[in-house]
Each structure stands twice: as structure tokens, then as C-alpha cells.
Design a protein around this ligand. Structure first.
Ligand code: IMP
Ligand code: MG
Length: 182
């Protein structure tokens, strides 16, 4: 769907937008693991090229479906809340689909610590009929509603290691991952 070189060009353009919007500000770049990791690294590299300072943090969001209808997202990954206090925070995500994850992660952070601002930078946003619950301020690509893999994005932990972004095929869905265990 999107080649590596197209990805990198778009990441550079988004880094430039951040550079301009955050003049004289060192944002805290928060990587939402695991999917956003390759995007995060290239985004930081592009900010370095622009000589734009930043600090980094990491979190892992996992959703738990409780007995009630609403799934709740738990924040893990050793996020140090204190390092976000009083700072301008940019959450770096791989993809905003329904926006459910971020719609819970953002208030959960703000409940624990007061930040100066919080924005979302997402590699991808899916075009759905229902708009996402959270708007990403910075977006590399808006894509049609397909299940995609590669460049950090997985299907049951497979295909994160592809260097480009692909729409998953039926063969990719049917593939028996246990055949890889040697
Ligand atoms: P949301 O909570 O519906 O916005 O979904 C966000 C999360 O679901 C993302 O951070 C991804 O981890 C995962 N996700 C959504 N769509 C895809 C996809 O097409 N491929 C791989 N992961 C996806
Ligand atoms: Mg994700």
C-alpha cells in the first residue's frame, strides 16, 4: 500500500510541521508501543536533522474487555508519568482506527499528571464512516479501511518486520506461525 520511501518522505514532512509548531519547545515524544516503534525512530531522526530537541517516553497500551460493554485500556510499559509533568506531550501512534485506544490513554495520563499540552501524531488514520473518537493533529497517511501490516504494524505479532506497509492477504491471515518455530 505504501512504500518505505513514501513513508520516509511523509515522516520528514510531519517532522517539519512539528518543528514549526513547537518552535523553542522541547516536546516529550511518547512512543505508543509496540507498533509505533519504527515510525517513532524515523520521526526522531527527522527531528534530529532539523536540530529540534525533544525528550522521549514509552508506553504500552493494552485493552481489557471487562464485564461491562466498554473495554478499558491499561497503560503499561513503564511510563514515567513524572517526566510528562508540565511538558508539551506528543503521543506517537502507528494507527488511529476507531480512536478507542487513544480516547482512553489520553485522559488516563491526564488523570495522573498535569501536562501543558497533549497532541497525537499518527503514522496512519483509517477513513471510516464514523469519525475517530480522537483527532490526530499530525498524520502521515489517511488510508481506506483495510487491515494493514508492516513497518511495525502486526497481525497476531506477525509482519511487524516488513519494511513497507501492506494490505494483509488471505494467505497472510491463514499462515500458521508455529511453522516458524525451529
Ligand atoms: P483503535 O483503538 O480502534 O483506534 O485502534 C488502535 C490500535 O489497533 C492501533 O494502535 C493498532 O495497534 C491496532 N490496529 C488498528 N487497525 C489496525 C490495522 O489495520 N493493522 C494493524 N493494527 C491495527
Ligand atoms: Mg498501536
Amino acid at each position: 500500500m505504501i512504500s518505505r520511501s513514501e513513508i520516509l518522505d511523509s515522516v520528514k514532512a510531519v517532522a517539519l510541521q512539528i518543528h514549526e509548531d513547537y518552535a523553542d519547545i522541547r516536546p516529550v515524544m511518547v512512543c505508543v508501543l509496540k507498533g509505533a516503534n519504527p515510525f517513532f525512530q524515523h520521526l526522531l531522526e527527522a527531528l534530529q536533522d532539523l536540530k529540534h530537541g525533544y525528550t522521549t517516553e514509552y508506553l504500552r497500551a493494552s485493552s481489557y474487555q471487562g464485564t461491562l460493554t466498554t473495554g478499558t485500556v491499561k497503560i503499561g510499559g513503564g511510563l514515567v508519568y513524572g517526566s510528562l509533568g508540565g511538558k508539551h506531550v506528543i503521543l506517537v501512534e502507528d494507527i488511529v482506527d476507531t480512536g478507542t485506544t487513544l480516547s482512553q490513554v489520553m485522559p488516563a495520563i491526564q488523570e495522573k499528571i498535569t501536562v501543558k499540552s497533549m497532541e497525537v501524531c499518527s503514522l496512519l488514520v483509517k477513513r471510516l464512516e464514523v469519525p475517530p473518537k480522537v483527532d490526530a493533529k499530525y498524520i502521515c497517511f489517511s488510508i481506506p479501511n483495510h487491515f494493514i501490516i508492516g513497518y511495525g504494524l502486526d497481525y497476531n505479532e506477525l509482519y511487524r518486520d516488513l519494511r513497507d506497509i501492506w494490505v494483509i492477504s488471505q494467505a497472510g491471515i491463514d499462515f500458521d506461525a508455529s511453522t516458524l518455530d525451529k
